[in-house]
Design a protein around this ligand. Structure first.
Ligand code: ASP
Ligand code: MG
Length: 403
């Protein structure tokens, strides 16, 4: 098999851990596999470099930041390669450029355009272990670029896709994807398998284990992704296509997003174009809107409620104020003590009553639901934040996720 193994910052956090990674990689190689390793910088290193730059300038040139930040990954890649050589393995470290990762020219958040994996393929053919510095590439005009924070997940998935690897293992300090946050529900179970779409919903809802862009890319390139811990031999969670998952769970997981606030607009003029004006203005102010509900009021106006991230609330308020001044909106109110609880599962597509069960679970606990939104594989409910943990636990129990 050809296996791509990516090790995050905590997994290469000090020299002893780099040696542990070398041991793990060597085992995979000895078992008869071809191995490409992708590494992050040692944990804290990228932040430290950002701090250095800020000592000299509040606004350093982005191209220089790429030059600076890409160095952290080069340190771990070369050290790992040296450790592997010492253990008797032929290993070679590569920068993003050497690995053929070509990006656009948007410094500090470049997008991968294509990968020319010749150097990697040649080294693999020669029996070498390839160690790639993650998080970086080269722009078509020859400059070093980086892929945005957390970007070495993306490097690993893109390389796995380009080399048509059998597996892309992402090693972190958590052992996989859980049915919900184990800190809230100790009975949470690690999932063996989950589909790309479920993972995307769970990630965007706050289960931050994998960078979202890397899951999207894995889906696009059909890369079998595994997240697992580098601190034990425990099996992780496979993220794959829906077809690979035979027993489709009705609900795979419960996600919680505490970082939500609700904006209520009352007495909104009921005329064509008003929603477009309000939400265009919000988009122009960079306010990220999530759920939206519009109801007709008794008079000739409507009420519009929507949710935004707590951090966007004051920007949202300034936009709304403009509409209040122009008398397009009569009244507004804001609530930042809400949260969003969601149930996610591909099995919902083909079963009825899944949403009803979520609502009756809330009813049994006497939790009021303020807003509801659904997609093919997700039901989200906005409730008071003080009920967040109770809601997660009772839903986890209702769908028997601890079984
Ligand atoms: N070192 C980079 C960061 O801290 C990339 C990564 O770790 O994935 O964001
Ligand atoms: Mg990371």
């Amino acid at each position: 098999m050809l296996i791509v193994q990516k090790f995050g910052g905590t997994s290469v956090g000090d020299l002893e851990r780099i040696q542990n990674v070398a041991n793990r990689v060597s085992k995979t190689k000895k078992a008869g596999n071809d191995v490409v390793v992708v590494v992050s910088a040692m944990s804290g290193e990228t932040n430290k470099l950002v701090g250095y730059a800020q000592k000299f300038s509040k606004n350093p040139a982005r191209a220089e930041m790429d030059m600076l930040l890409s160095s952290g990954e080069r340190v771990t890649a070369s050290l790992l390669s040296i450790a592997l050589n010492e253990m008797g393995f032929e290993a070679v470290s590569m920068t993003g450029r050497r690995a053929g990762i070509v990006t656009d020219i948007v410094h500090t958040k470049a997008r991968i355009e294509n990968i020319s994996p010749h150097a990697m393929s040649k080294a693999l053919k020669e029996g070498k272990i390839v160690v790639v510095a993650g998080f970086q590439g080269v722009s078509s005009d020859g400059n070093v670029t980086t892929l945005g924070r957390g970007g070495s997940d993306l490097s690993a998935v893109a390389i796995a896709g380009a080399l048509k690897a059998d597996l892309c293992e992402i090693y972190t300090d958590v052992s996989g994807i859980f049915t919900t946050d184990p800190r809230i529900e100790p009975k949470a179970k690690k999932l063996d398998k989950i589909s790309y779409d479920e993972m995307l919903e769970l990630a965007s809802l706050g289960a931050k284990v994998l960078q979202n862009r890397s899951v999207e890319m894995a889906k696009k390139l059909n890369v079998n992704l595994v997240t697992r811990t580098s601190f034990s031999d425990e099996e992780g969670t496979l993220i794959t296509t829906e077809d690979e998952i035979m027993e489709k769970a009705l609900v795979s997981g419960i996600a919680l997003d505490r970082n939500q606030a609700r904006v209520s607009l009352m007495g909104v003029k009921d005329r064509p174009g008003i929603a477009s004006e309000i939400f265009t203005a919000l988009a122009e102010a960079d306010v990220n809107v999530d759920m939206i509900i519009q109801n007709k009021a008794y008079d000739d106006t409507t009420n519009i409620d929507f949710t935004v991230g707590v951090g966007d609330l004051s920007d949202a308020k300034s936009v709304v104020d403009r509409f209040i001044n122009s008398k397009d909106i009569k009244d507004d109110s804001y609530n930042d003590t809400i949260c969003k609880v969601s149930i996610v599962g591909v099995g919902m597509k083909s079963h009825t009553g899944v949403a009803a069960k979520a609502f009756s679970t809330m009813a049994t606990e006497n939790i009021n639901i303020h807003m509801i939104s659904t997609s093919e594989i997700k039901v989200s409910m906005v409730i008071d934040e003080k009920y967040a943990e109770l809601a997660v636990r009772s839903l986890h129990n209702a769908y028997e996720l601890d079984k």
